[in-house]
Design a protein around this ligand. Structure first.
Ligand code: ZN
Ligand code: ZN
Length: 263
């Protein structure tokens, strides 16, 4: 199996607390060479734990941010704390941040304010940004245009939009990362987009413990399952999945400036 990368999961989630070692061992068995673990959901402690996990494992890297669901927590103090955590050499990105107008767990204007702060922080620290976007494609693109894309670039994680949204994010310079949603029967929009995105802008992720791909749908997701999403992506593009996995891994290494995977 070609070594591949799970570019987005949440290893500090309490759902992994009791058996993280087993989860990581299964990832290694599935030739997951590197993982980017994202804090961001919930309290700052999750960001801290994510960085800690990355520091304990050579092949794991971290991203720190405040999820749009938690946008009201994104005050200047929290941004300062993220700046401090980002001093670790294992922190390779800022996020996830973004806009979620599907769930609207926090007010839209608060989400927008938090997004701008993250874009500025990513620019200041010269790190790529990880964006979460649900039902907010146009607004998100407009804010990135206004605030400026970080020089280090960024990725729209768990991309669920269609061809138009893909084209507008590609024009801004984003990579697009697909999750297990791509394996769902009702995902025709992202499935169409998956066929037109240039190969050098594609990534795959699990977003574990959420969004397990078919045939694990409904169960707890874990990094090893990223192979299912890669398989679905390759099928949609009529591509060889091993080769596409290598290309997607190469893209992730370029964006997150990851070292060559060891083994
Ligand atoms: Zn997300
Ligand atoms: Zn996530």
């Amino acid at each position: 199996m070609t070594p591949i990368i799970d570019t987005h999961c949440h290893l500090a989630d309490p759902k992994f607390e009791s058996d993280l070692d087993g989860v990581l061992a299964r990832a290694r068995e599935a030739a997951i060479a590197q993982i980017v673990t994202v804090g961001a959901i919930g309290p700052l402690a999750r960001d801290r734990l994510s960085v800690q996990i990355a520091e304990q494992h050579e092949w794991i890297f971290a991203a720190v941010g405040v999820h749009p669901h938690n946008a009201p927590d994104c005050d200047d103090q929290r941004i300062d704390a993220l700046r401090g955590l980002a001093k670790s050499a294992k922190v390779v990105a800022i996020g996830e941040t973004g806009l979620d107008f599907h769930y609207l767990h926090s007010p839209a204007d608060t989400q927008e304010m938090a997004l701008r702060k993250h874009l500025e922080l990513a620019g200041e620290l010269d790190k790529p940004i990880i964006i979460h976007c649900r039902d907010a494609d146009e607004r998100l693109a407009a804010i990135v245009r206004e605030t400026e894309m970080p020089r280090a670039g960024g990725v729209i994680h768990c991309f669920t939009g269609g061809v138009d949204a893909a084209e507008s994010f590609l024009a801004l310079g984003f990579y697009l990362s697909f999750s297990g949603i791509l394996t769902f029967k009702n995902a025709s929009e992202p499935q169409k987009a998956a066929q037109i995105i240039p190969e050098d802008r594609l990534m795959v992720e699990t977003d574990a413990p959420y969004l397990a791909p078919v045939p694990y749908r409904g169960k707890r997701n874990e990094p090893a399952f990223v192979r299912q999403t890669l398989g679905a992506l390759a099928k949609l593009r009529d591509a060889d999945s091993e080769r596409l996995g290598a290309v997607a891994a190469c893209n992730a290494r370029r964006l997150f400036r990851l070292p060559e995977a060891c083994g």
